[in-house]
Ligand binder design. Structure first.
Ligand SMILES: Nc1ncnc2c1ncn2[C@@H]1O[C@H](COP(=O)(O)OP(=O)(O)O)[C@@H](O)[C@H]1O
Ligand code: SF4
Ligand SMILES: [Mg+2]
Length: 428
């Protein structure tokens, strides 16, 4: 790493990079997107990149115990319930959804802080399933997959110096001789844009953005292939967010690190993630490339999330550009709604939505959506697009004699997909 010096931002007279909140230009405050665009061009998709991680039908159910002396399992929190996706090598996938949708649990499963209830996770060239490996087998994985946490205030031990925080993984994994650790720590501090001489300072001597840089340095210590970044900029001021995202982009480009980038809104991932998965109550409801998600989303939940992104032009509905409000909270994952989990908050919900769960259906070359009435905003069909595929009528009742069509439900995309307009299978 020593020969690489990604852009470090602005340095103060001591050589320390300082957080520099940008002043609003013109009348309004700059959006995140505008600030980010001033720094770096958006990350582009490499459609030929091999997946570094392939997740299939991943589930995490946490047991709910009764109170009392004999604590029986009385139910399960279905935090993650059968999700499949890929992260391309050196690329970045965004994972977006409101609080409580299962994003952090997904991140913790991938880093194997949790053992999944079911499903497989294949990592790297050897394509080993890491879902059920023993701690000993997992040791190499722990080096290759690291996590950046949301809160730079709580994720760093206040009693440890920055040097011991960043250097700890080197000691644990005994990668370099003890006397070389300090040099490596200083190198890492410089890579993330901090003054290498400040290794003996404590986290409370740094600002929020700088602390997040320390967290990033710690995650980089072991040269990971994949970083799970769990809302890494949510706690930061909008202009500092853009600086941290720019740093992550630099690191990705220099060291070919893949990212699973978790966020609760679609604005933050847009710049950094050429592909985005939208999660709702333990399921992926839509996944697509950037252009499709931001311009032609087909799921009502994605459309609602998009209407909160200031510079996304939503289609006009009834002659007006409307902001779609998401009423209420995400329901409890202990007892999720039957059929489509979004139905209790969806303005388009019909009888079939309560009876039949919509499959995550591929409807374009890089576009999958889970909705019986999938369509562009203001242009949702009257009849369920899934009826023929699932062998059900418009109320969701089985049609006698019809055979459901087998669907591609794994990670990644098939060469053939279901065209919702013509209601037929098409290919490129
Ligand atoms: N260790 C746990 N035990 C029980 N329930 C959990 C645990 N971790 C998360 N949950 C529940 O799982 C659901 C998803 O949580 P989480 O993955 O943190 O969502 P998000 O990161 O999208 O906000 C929530 O309802 C949460 O309360
Ligand atoms: S399946 Fe039904 S309830 Fe679910 S998002 Fe589509 S229209 Fe709404
Ligand atoms: Mg979370």
């Amino acid at each position: 790493m020593s020969d690489v010096r990604p852009d470090r931002g602005q340095a103060d007279p001591e050589g320390e990079v300082v957080d520099t909140p940008m002043k609003p230009e013109g009348s309004g405050r700059l959006t995140f997107e505008e600030i980010a665009a001033k720094g770096h061009t958006a990350t582009q998709l490499d459609p030929h990149a091999k997946p570094v991680l392939e997740v299939e039908n991943l589930k995490m159910y946490f047991p709910v115990k009764s109170s009392g002396v004999i604590r029986r399992t009385i139910g399960h929190v279905q935090a993650v319930d059968g999700i499949s996706f890929q992260v391309p090598s050196g690329g970045s996938l965004g994972l977006v959804g409101e609080s409580g949708c299962g994003k952090s649990t997904t991140g913790r499963l991938i880093t194997r802080l949790y053992t999944p209830t079911a499903g497989s996770m294949k990592f790297g060239d050897i394509q080993e399933d890491i879902a059920h490996m023993s701690p000993r087998q997992l040791k190499p994985l722990r080096r290759n997959v690291q996590m950046i946490f949301q809160d730079p205030y709580t994720s760093l031990n206040p009693r440890h110096t920055v040097g011991s925080i960043v250097g700890a993984p080197l000691e644990v994994h005994k990668i370099v001789p003890k006397k070389q650790i300090l040099g490596r720590v200083q190198e890492l501090l410089e890579v993330v844009g901090l003054n290498p001489e400040h290794y003996n300072r404590y986290p409370n001597e740094f600002s929020g953005g700088q602390r997040q840089r320390i967290g990033i340095a710690r995650a980089l210590t072991l040269n990971p292939k994949l970083l799970v970044a769990d809302e890494p900029v949510s706690a930061l001021d909008v202009s500092i967010q853009a600086q941290v995202i720019n740093l992550l982009q630099d690191l990705q480009r220099e060291f070919n690190i893949a990212f699973l980038f978790i966020a609760h809104d679609l604005a933050v991932v847009r710049h950094f993630c050429p592909e985005v998965a939208v999660m709702y109550l333990g399921k992926i409801v839509e996944i697509a490339d950037r252009e499709t998600i931001y311009n032609r989303a087909h799921h009502p939940y994605t459309q609602a999330l998009l209407s909160a992104v200031p510079d996304v032009k939503q289609a006009a509905v009834g002659g007006r550009r409307e902001r779609i409000r998401l009423e209420g909270d995400v329901p409890s994952p202990i007892n999720p709604p039957s059929g489509c989990r979004f139905r209790t908050r969806c303005s388009l919900a019909q009888e079939i939505c309560a009876k039949v769960e919509p499959p995550l259906l591929q409807i374009g070359p890089r576009h999958k959506v889970a909705c019986h009435f999938a369509g562009e905003l203001g242009n949702h069909p009257d009849n369920p697009v899934t009826g023929n595929l699932l062998g059900v009528d418009r109320t969701g009742s089985p049609v006698p004699g019809s055979t459901p069509i087998p669907l591609h439900e794994g990670p990644g995309y098939a060469d053939e997909w279901f065209d919702v307009k013509s209601q037929s299978m098409v290919s490129a």
